[in-house]
Design a protein around this ligand. Structure first.
Ligand SMILES: Cc1ncc(COP(=O)(O)O)c(C=O)c1O
Length: 325
C-alpha cells in the first residue's frame, strides 16, 4: 500500500468520465438561514449537477458510464425504480447504450411520473410482481445472462450507483469542496448530508482521507440504524481504497440515525419543517425522503448548540424524489 500522498486530482485522473456534469459546482452561503439559526451554513448545490434530474447520481454516473464506455459495453442493466435508475436511463441513452431496468411490482403499480421518465429515455422495463419480489435478483441475473447470450456486452450498475467506481464521483466532489475552501479561505468544520446506498459518504470520506482536510463528515441515515449504515459505508470505502491503492481509516465514519422518522420514504414532521425552512428562507427545494431528513439533522444540531460557531457545509444531494413516491 502507498501512503496517501497523491492529490485527489492525480488519483482520479486514471479513471475515465462520461462528462455528464454540465455545470460548474456551486457552493453558496445561506445568509437568511444562517442568521436565523445563529450558525454559518453553506450549501453544496449538487441538486444542480445539470444532467437530467440532477442530484448526486450524476457524479456517480459520470464515472460509471465512463467505465462502461472504456469497457466497450453496449447495454446497461440495473434494478428498482430509484433516482439512480432514472438518471442511469437518461445517461445511458444519451451515451448510446440500451438500458434495462428490473422493477418491483407490475406495470400498473409503478409511479406514473417515473414511468413517463423511463419512456422518455426508451428504457426497457422488466416487471416482477410484488408477491414475487424476492425473485427480483433472480430475474435480474436471468436477464443479464440472456442479454449476454444474445451477444450483448453488458455493464451492470449497482443499485444506487454505490460501488467503487460510483464512489469516485464523491471523491471528486470532495475535491471541489477543498478547492472552494482553499480559494475562499472558508474552512468547513462539518459536512452534513443524507446517506442511503452509501456511495456519497464513502466518496467524501475517502476525499478527506486522501487530502488530510480537517473536518467531520456526518451522514444522516435515511433508512438504516447507525451501526448497520456505518458498516456499509466503511465496506464501500475500504474496497474503493483498495482499488485506488490507498489507506482508509474507518474510525472517522459518523452516522446519525435519529432523523429517519417513521421509516424510509415516509415523511417525518422534522423533515417537513426543514423542507419548509429551506424553501421559505432560501428558495431551495429539498425532498422528504433524503435531503429534508438530512436538513432536519442539521437544524437539530444548530438548535441544540452543537456547532459551536463552526462553518457547516450542507450537501444538497438532489431534491426531486417527492415526484416519484
Ligand atoms: C436525493 C438523494 N440524496 C441522498 C441519497 C443518498 O446517497 P447515497 O445513496 O450515495 O448514500 C440519495 C440516494 O438515493 C438520493 O436520491
Amino acid at each position: 500500500m502507498k501512503e496517501n500522498t497523491e492529490s485527489i486530482t492525480s488519483i482520479l485522473e486514471k479513471y475515465p468520465r462520461a462528462e455528464l456534469l454540465k455545470t460548474p459546482f456551486l457552493i453558496q452561503r445561506l445568509n437568511r438561514l444562517s442568521s436565523f439559526i445563529g450558525n454559518v451554513i453553506y450549501i453544496l448545490r449538487d441538486d444542480l449537477t445539470g444532467f437530467a434530474l440532477g442530484g448526486n447520481k450524476t457524479r456517480k454516473l459520470d464515472y460509471l458510464i465512463g467505465d462502461a464506455l472504456v469497457k466497450k459495453a453496449d447495454t446497461l442493466v440495473t434494478m428498482k425504480a430509484s433516482s439512480f435508475s432514472r438518471n442511469a436511463a437518461a445517461a445511458g441513452r444519451v451515451c448510446g447504450f440500451d438500458v434495462h431496468v428490473v422493477l418491483a411490482g407490475d406495470e400498473s403499480e409503478q409511479n406514473p411520473a417515473s414511468q413517463a421518465f423511463f419512456k422518455q429515455y426508451d428504457t426497457e422495463l422488466h416487471y416482477v410482481s410484488k408477491d414475487k419480489e424476492s425473485a427480483l435478483p433472480d430475474v435480474y441475473n436471468h436477464l443479464v445472462e440472456s442479454l449476454k447470450a444474445q451477444g450483448k456486452n453488458v455493464y451492470e450498475l449497482h443499485p444506487g450507483g454505490s460501488d467503487s467506481i460510483g464512489a469516485l464521483g464523491y471523491i471528486d466532489a470532495f475535491n471541489h469542496i477543498l478547492r472552494y475552501s482553499q480559494s475562499s479561505g472558508v474552512h468547513f468544520h462539518r459536512i452534513i448530508h443524507a446517506t442511503g446506498s452509501t456511495g456519497t459518504q464513502a466518496g467524501l470520506l475517502l476525499g478527506q482521507c486522501i487530502s488530510g482536510y480537517d473536518t467531520h463528515i456526518i451522514g444522516i441515515a435515511v433508512s438504516q440504524k447507525a451501526e448497520v449504515q456505518s458498516k456499509r459505508v466503511n465496506e464501500l470505502a475500504l474496497s474503493t481504497a483498495q482499488m485506488l491503492g490507498i489507506q482508509f481509516d474507518t474510525t472517522h465514519t459518523l452516522i446519525d440515525d435519529r432523523f429517519i422518522g417513521p421509516g424510509y420514504a415516509i415523511s417525518s414532521d422534522e423533515g417537513k419543517n426543514a423542507v419548509k425552512m429551506f424553501a421559505s428562507m432560501e428558495g431551495i427545494l429539498l425532498d422528504q425522503v433524503y435531503t429534508g431528513k438530512a436538513a432536519a439533522g442539521l437544524l437539530n444540531y444548530a438548535i441544540n448548540k452543537q456547532f459551536n460557531h463552526e462553518n457547516v457545509l450542507f450537501v444538497h444531494t438532489g431534491g426531486n424524489s417527492d415526484l416519484f413516491y
